[in-house]
Design a protein around this ligand. Structure first.
Ligand SMILES: [Zn+2]
Length: 478
């Protein structure tokens, strides 16, 4: 089942990047930049200083051809959508242009382009079932390569029909982001950013009731992003030890790009940079500068950028990435900590965050004993009579498990630069539970975590007290 899903997704996603092969050439032909000074002064964040003037297109000629060919047309402020797809239950093609318009507002806000500058921005997208029909109608020029799923040529893009409406919507928006960035921002960035930002800005859920675009760049639940599978792919890459490093994603080659894993990795890097407290400012600053081929170099040259630290933080990010991941609760404190006193020491671990530095450094080969006390809330269940708090001690609770361990169980780890099984560095769990002994793998800090889903952290509360000492010694008094 998984194999089948992987195969079909790979086939679906490969063509997105063909856009890149033509990008440099087309961008040079197309763009005229201008500087628009002094607008929207009330905004807290300064608006973008430069972006292209919208080229207004008269789509009437194309619409006339579409009419003659008997194609369906849906139109909104920012999109003309032409399709030969017939109505199907749940398809809601007529909603797509309005959703597209809502997404355009998010994209403009992301790049700090004032709404007035995109008011007349309008693109033409073709949702294609039968390519020959579009070719005969003059709506699919021979100059467009034989794409598999999607292709963008500035103010025009094409996508093939998808069986899943949510994924079809995502693909439409992905190509829409390419159109937006190519036409308004002259984008000519390395592959990881070009594809990563298209994935980041396209990822969404539909609000209940009237269809409404809600940007969920890191989705909270799988149901919000049917068949997208980015988070699952990163998980599989980590488990198979094939997860790329940050630098490997930065170096993604356009000609090799196009697998599901490369799309997932590109999205993951943008998610990491856009949300991680240590990097989001540098990333936002770089995005405000020219989106050209020097993007990665410029990002790495931002004040305070530390490539080794960023690489380690990215590895920690991909290792724990999951639905509802909240960087502010999962950021790692890497400080080396103090040497553990011979008399032992005490630390605490909160239920509201991911891996936490105990503040105590262990010695490689040293044997330690640990005892934890207290209880905390590790989630809440909605029941007919109200919310039920899930209370746990360091042993965890048996009614719910996460990543093979009971929810709420105390995990003790050190950062492992070279895992025995290969793959990227990660936290190696040395012990678990409320009373345990273990051997340290390196001269490095002891990290603690209460096992939980990232999405549960905001529902959690409380902390455990942890006593740590050399094996055989007495524990410190509590
Ligand atoms: Zn793409």
């Amino acid at each position: 089942m998984i194999q089948k899903t992987l195969k079909s997704r790979k086939a679906r996603l490969q063509p997105l990047c063909r856009w890149l092969r033509y990008e440099i050439f087309l961008v040079i032909l197309f763009m005229v930049f201008c500087v628009i000074p002094g607008f929207a002064s009330e905004q807290e964040i300064a608006p973008r200083k430069s972006y292209a003037v919208v080229t207004e297109h008269d789509w009437q000629r194309l619409l006339h051809r579409a009419h003659l060919a008997g194609l369906r047309i849906f139109e909104s402020d920012h999109l003309v959508l032409i399709t030969d797809r017939t109505s199907r239950a749940g398809d809601a093609l007529e909603d797509l242009p309005v959703i597209f318009d809502e997404a355009v507002r998010i994209w403009a806000s992301h790049y700090r382009i004032p709404p007035s500058a995109v008011r007349k921005w309008k693109v033409c997208g073709c949702l294609v079932v039968d390519r020959e029909r579009f070719r005969k109608a003059g709506l699919l020029p021979d100059t467009i390569p034989d794409f598999t799923n999607g292709y963008c040529d500035h103010y025009r893009f094409w996508l093939t029909e998808q069986s899943n409406p949510a994924y079809q919507r995502h693909l439409l928006l992905h190509e829409g982001v390419h159109a937006f960035t190519a036409t308004l921002l002259n984008l000519n960035t390395p592959t990881w950013y070009t594809e990563g930002i298209a994935e980041w800005l396209a990822t969404h859920r539909l609000a209940k009731g009237p269809p409404q675009f809600q940007h969920t760049p890191i989705p909270v639940t799988p149901e919000d992003v049917e068949q997208l599978g980015r988070i699952e792919m990163i998980r599989r890459l980590r488990q198979s030890t094939k997860a790329p490093s940050l630098d490997e994603v930065f170096a993604l080659n356009p000609t090799l790009h196009g697998t599901v894993s490369s799309y997932a990795s590109a999205w993951a890097v943008v998610a990491f940079l856009a949300r991680h407290p240590r990097y989001q400012e540098a990333f936002a600053l770089t995005e405000q500068q020219p989106l050209d081929i020097g993007f990665t170099r410029r990002l790495n040259g931002q004040p305070g950028w530390n490539s080794a630290a960023a690489s380690r933080d990215f590895d920690a990010f991909t290792a724990d990435l999951d639905y509802g991941f909240d960087c502010s609760r999962m950021t790692i404190n890497w400080s080396s900590g103090r040497r553990l006193p011979v008399t032992g020491a005490t630390s605490t671990v909160t239920a509201t965050h991911g891996w936490q530095n105990s503040g105590w450094q262990l010695e490689a080969g040293g044997q330690y004993q640990l005892r934890a006390s207290g209880h905390c809330r590790v989630g809440q269940l909605q029941r007919s009579d109200g919310l039920l708090d899930l209370e746990s001690t360091a042993g965890g609770i048996s009614i719910d498990w996460y990543r093979g361990l009971p929810l709420g169980r105390l995990l003790i780890a050190q950062w492992d630069e070279k895992p025995d099984v290969g793959g990227r560095p990660k936290f190696k769990i040395l012990a678990e539970g409320g009373e345990t002994t273990f051997t340290a793998i390196s001269n490095s800090p002891m990290f603690l975590k209460i096992n939980n889903r990232p999405v549960n952290l905001s529902l959690s509360d409380g902390e455990l007290t942890v006593n740590i000492g050399r094996k055989g010694d007495a524990f410190p008094s509590r």
